[in-house]
Design a protein around this ligand. Structure first.
Ligand SMILES: [Zn+2]
Length: 298
């Protein structure tokens, strides 16, 4: 397996969910071993690597911070990039927050489709989990376990007639992400809107970028999936796992988790180097040791 980047520059624009600040996004190809790197063109192209080492405060969205420069709500864009198997990419954003667009990862996936994927000459390196790591907080927990591919199991439980208990379980591949998760949108409860606004959050929120749940139903239906909420939480989880910095060989189980627990797991795993190895061998290569000659460019 070889590393990838995108073929051509593409862009989009929109408001951030929490700040309401309008920004432009450009995705650009990057050479092998760059990883996923955000840049702020409005701040001399200041670079913030999509890495667990740069996780800032995390509550209703995942924010990265490096030397005081903040970039918020990275998870939906990172979920699209990470699930698509794109190893190296530059993400230029001239604002403090990634645009929310329609609240799902689908617009970002469409952008990546426009960009195309290009294979590079360098072998892909995987982070392979060899020892379980868990984070537990009361009835919420998340764990990562050895496995021969990248899979997630995500359980949510909200006391609401349209949500309740939902569980998503899948092997994360470009096709499974596209069909099962990408279209699932952000959601919030109507009763939380004013408290969130008073905390300075969801200033860019609207009925066009989030499902709003009323006490008994949904304000802006129809839903895209009956279990869109569980699917969106799995999407968020994958976006936060992108902060591992390498494609993952491991199984992640999340039980009523959220961004705080996701990013704690990432940090704890990265800090415990006895729990993983870096390998260029994925399962498929082990099964077929003679890899096909790759027509690749660097
Ligand atoms: Zn989300």
């Amino acid at each position: 397996m070889f590393q990838t980047t995108i073929q051509r520059e593409v862009g989009t624009e929109g408001v951030g969910l929490h700040t309401g600040v309008f920004g432009h996004v450009r995705l650009l190809p990057a050479p092998a071993d760059t990883g996923i790197v955000f840049r702020r063109p409005d701040l001399d192209n200041f670079a913030i690597e999509a890495s667990g080492h740069n996780v800032a405060r995390v509550s209703y969205a995942t924010s990265l911070m490096k030397q005081g420069v903040l970039l918020s709500t990275t998870e939906h864009l990172l979920a699209a990039i990470y699930s698509s198997g794109i190893d190296n990419i530059l993400i230029d954003i001239d604002s403090i927050e990634v645009p929310i667009l329609d609240g799902s990862a689908e617009p970002f996936l469409e952008l990546l489709d426009q960009a195309g994927i290009r294979r590079l000459r360098r072998r892909r390196r995987y982070l392979k989990v060899i020892k379980p790591v868990e984070v537990i907080e009361q009835d919420r927990r998340i764990g990562i376990y050895p496995a021969s591919d990248f899979s997630v199991q995500c359980f949510v439980d909200f006391p609401h007639p349209l949500v309740g208990q939902q569980q998503i379980e899948m092997i994360v591949l470009p096709e499974t992400f596209r069909h099962l998760l990408a279209r699932a949108r952000t959601f919030c409860f109507e009763r939380d809107i004013e408290p969130l606004r008073s905390m300075g959050l969801i200033r860019g929120g609207s009925l066009n970028n989030a499902i709003v749940l009323t006490d008994g139903g949904v304000m802006n239906g129809p839903l895209r999936f009956p279990d869109e909420f569980g699917r969106h939480k799995a999407l968020d989880l994958i976006g936060d796992l992108a902060l591992l910095g390498l494609p993952l060989l491991g199984r992640v189980e999340a039980h009523k988790a959220g961004h705080a627990l996701h990013t704690q797991l990432v940090s704890r795993l990265l800090a415990d180097s006895s729990s993983w190895v870096i390998t260029t061998e994925d399962r498929h290569l082990e099964e077929t040791p003679v890899a096909a000659e790759a027509p690749a460019a660097d």
